[in-house]
Design a protein around this ligand. Structure first.
Ligand code: 5MM
Length: 343
């Protein structure tokens, strides 16, 4: 294992004041996003949309890495430049989603396990040739009556650890993402318990599979109330409980933590990240690896129309800058308003 290479890539991903753009929507997910703006999802429209984001002003100031889908890491921009080279030319690391998605877990109604380990060693070797510096694998953990089960947590954390070990063998930094899903009427207490449980099992499995923690990035959910909870915890409580749970379960050797947004509003995701960075002494850098919370505003502004490209790029640049500030604990309502006025 080339530990120096892994540490160097992870440090670039965790550049202070920058974070990661999750643009790895699979074909089905990006179609759903495009359906919302009445835009046909084709190879070209997906390319145009993603190229538009990568070329936005402000990308290089706030984005340290981009998670790509298999199609995108092989695609060229309209002028023939490989999209992965375009990303690298802006100082960001191209990364790749390598899981094959979450499938129903037998015997465990309402639960899923992420697949994709078969043939992964060969796929990682090819992605490294294509220039990927890191990879991502997302496990899904649902909360409802009687779930998650130990079977679900164990199967998913074991797969995450097997994936992470294969990545490191290939010289690729694994992003490990055990996502406790926000959907449901559960309280923040339940999210806190389940998140702590999943993280503690995850780090046991990573230890068992001899994963080098200094060459990994964790992509967790925040500790937050369920979407339909009768009362919702505020920003300060989310920040305090997320930091406490991470400190309890994530070794300080881990290279960094980059949160998913998980269905939070754009501004909530920014405010929560900012509160953690502004208010706490932390053993690791905390940043963002947002999909929806970085892209929603840009998609809405774009509507699939060439004449809207500048507006969409401004909307993306604004969110990227705001989250970059939050990664440094320097965001405020005032910066949000000033940025909106400028965009
Ligand atoms: C960008 O969406 C990612 C891929 O989703 P599918 O495999 O379902 O198409 C997703 O894994 C994403 O990277 C993370 O969930 C973070 O995105 P959000 O939108 O939660 O910040």
């Amino acid at each position: 294992m080339d530990k120096a290479r892994l540490e160097e890539i992870a440090a670039q991903m965790m550049t202070p004041g920058k974070g990661i753009l999750a643009a790895d929507e699979s074909t089905g997910t990006i179609k759903k996003r495009f359906d919302q703006i009445n835009t046909e999802s084709t190879e070209d429209s997906r390319r145009d949309y993603r190229e538009m984001l990568f070329r936005a002003d402000g990308f290089d100031e706030a984005i340290s890495g981009v998670i790509l889908f298999d199609e995108t890491i092989r695609q060229n921009a309209a002028d023939g430049t490989a999209l992965r080279d375009l990303i690298a030319s802006k100082g960001a690391v191209p990364g790749i989603k390598v899981d094959a998605g979450a499938k129903d877990l037998p015997g465990c109604p309402g639960e899923q396990v992420t697949e994709g380990l078969d043939g992964l060693r060969d796929r990682l070797a090819e992605y490294r040739e294509l220039g990927a510096g890191f990879a991502k694998w997302r496990a899904v953990i649902n909360i409802a009556d009687g779930i998650p089960s130990y079977s679900c947590i164990r199967a998913n954390t074991h797969a995450l650890a097997r994936y992470a070990a294969l990545c490191q063998e290939a010289g690729i930094v694994p992003i490990v993402e055990p996502e406790v899903i926000m959907d449901g009427s559960h309280s923040i207490d339940v999210c806190d318990d389940v998140t702590g449980w999943a993280l503690s099992e995850l780090y046991q499995e990573l230890y068992n599979q001899r994963v080098y923690l200094e060459g990994t990035v964790l992509k967790p959910n925040m500790v937050i109330s369920g979407t339909d909870a009768p009362t919702r915890a505020g920003v300060e409580e989310v920040a305090a409980r997320t930091v406490a749970t991470l400190k309890r379960h994530v070794p300080s050797a881990v290279a960094g933590i980059a949160f998913l947004s998980g269905g939070q509003s754009d501004e909530e995701a920014t405010a929560h990240l900012n509160a953690m960075n502004a208010g706490y002494d932390l053993p690791w850098g905390l940043t963002f690896s947002y999909g929806r919370a970085l892209q929603q505003a840009a998609l809405k502004a774009w509507q699939g129309q060439t004449e809207n490209v500048a507006a969409a790029q401004a909307a993306f640049a604004h969110r990227a800058r705001m989250n970059g500030l939050a990664a440094a604990g320097e965001w405020s309502e005032a910066t949000e308003q000033a940025g909106q006025a400028a965009a």
